[in-house]
Design a protein around this ligand. Structure first.
Ligand SMILES: C[C@@H](O)[C@H](N)C(=O)O
Ligand SMILES: C[C@@H](O)[C@H](N)C(=O)O
Lengths: 158, 158
C-alpha cells in the first residue's frame, strides 16, 4: 500500500482567492472565468463544493502570487454585478501534493495524510483530491515540515 | 490549443455528501477520514475550499452511490462530536471530466467549458480542477448532453 504513494511536491508560489455566495445559475462560472481569462490571469486550481444554501454557490481559486491583486480586482468588479457577498484572499498558502497511482481506491491514504499533519499541529486550509493526486494546502511556513512528515509516513525515503 | 484537451469521461456512479461548519483545527479532517476508512467507505473526491468564517471549515466528499447511507450515518455521528452545523447529501450528480495534458496553463479552457455548459442551461453543482483534469459535476440527466457539448467545443470528434 505504501508503494501506491510515489512522491510529495511543494508549491509555494500560489495564493488563494474566493468569491462567495454567487447565484448557482448556469453561466455564472463561465462569466467569472472569462473575466479572469480576459485579464490573462492563469488559474491554477478551481474549487466549487457543496454550498449550505440552495441557489447559492462559492468558487475558490488558486493563482500565482503575482496575480493576486488582479484576481481580487477582477472578482471584486464582478461581485456587485453578481450580487456576491464577498471576495476573500489569503496569500499564505503552500500546496503539498501527494502523487501516486490509484490513490482513489485507498480510503486509508487520506486518513494517514490528514492524521499525520493533525498530530503535528499542522492545519490544512484546503484539500483537493483526484485519482492520481491528493493536494493539501497549508501555511507556507508549514510546507517543508508537512512534506517531511508525509515522506516519513509513507516511507518514501527508504 | 484544442489538442490540449484529449477526452471527456462521465461517471454517474457517485453521490455527494458534505459536513458543514467543522472546527478548522489540526486533526479534524484526520478524524473524519479515519471514521470513513473504518467503515470501509471508499472516498472518491475530497474538497475543502475557502470558508467565509475564520475558524470554521466544511468538507465535501463524493462517494459511490451504494455508500451514501453509510457516509451520511458516519458523518452524522461525528456531527455532534465536532459541533458541525449539518450534513448535506445529493445523489443526483454525475462527474464530467475533461482530460488533457497541460490544462492548468490555459485560462481559456475552463472559460470555454463553463460558458459552453452555461449557454446550454446546464448548471454546474461542483467544480474541481488539477493540471491534468477538469471535473465538473452536473445533474445525472445533464451528463450526456454536457459531454457532447464539450466534445463539440473542443472538436474532439474531428
Ligand atoms: C456557481 C456556478 O458554478 C453555476 N452553477 C454555473 O453553472 O455556472
Ligand atoms: C477542517 C480540517 O481540514 C482541519 N483544518 C484539519 O486540518 O484537519
Amino acid at each position: 500500500i505504501v508503494r501506491t504513494v510515489s512522491g510529495v511536491a511543494i508549491d509555494k508560489d500560489q495564493a488563494r482567492v474566493a468569491i462567495l455566495d454567487i447565484p448557482d445559475q448556469p453561466g455564472v462560472a463561465g462569466k467569472i472565468m472569462q473575466a479572469l481569462a480576459d485579464k490573462h490571469i492563469v488559474i491554477d486550481m478551481i474549487m466549487q463544493a457543496f454550498h449550505p444554501t440552495s441557489g447559492l454557490s462559492s468558487i475558490t481559486f488558486t493563482v500565482h502570487q503575482s496575480d493576486v491583486k488582479d484576481t481580487i480586482a477582477t472578482l471584486s468588479e464582478l461581485k456587485d454585478k453578481l450580487g456576491a457577498s464577498e471576495v476573500l484572499s489569503d496569500p499564505d498558502i503552500a500546496k503539498v501534493s501527494i502523487i501516486g497511482a490509484g490513490l482513489a481506491g485507498q480510503p486509508g491514504i487520506a486518513a494517514i495524510v490528514f492524521s499525520t499533519l493533525g498530530e503535528a499541529g499542522i492545519n490544512m486550509k484546503m484539500i483537493s483530491t483526484s485519482e492520481m493526486k491528493l493536494t493539501v494546502v497549508v501555511a507556507k511556513g508549514d510546507a517543508e515540515k508537512a512534506a517531511k512528515l508525509i515522506h516519513k509516513a509513507f516511507e518514501l525515503d527508504t
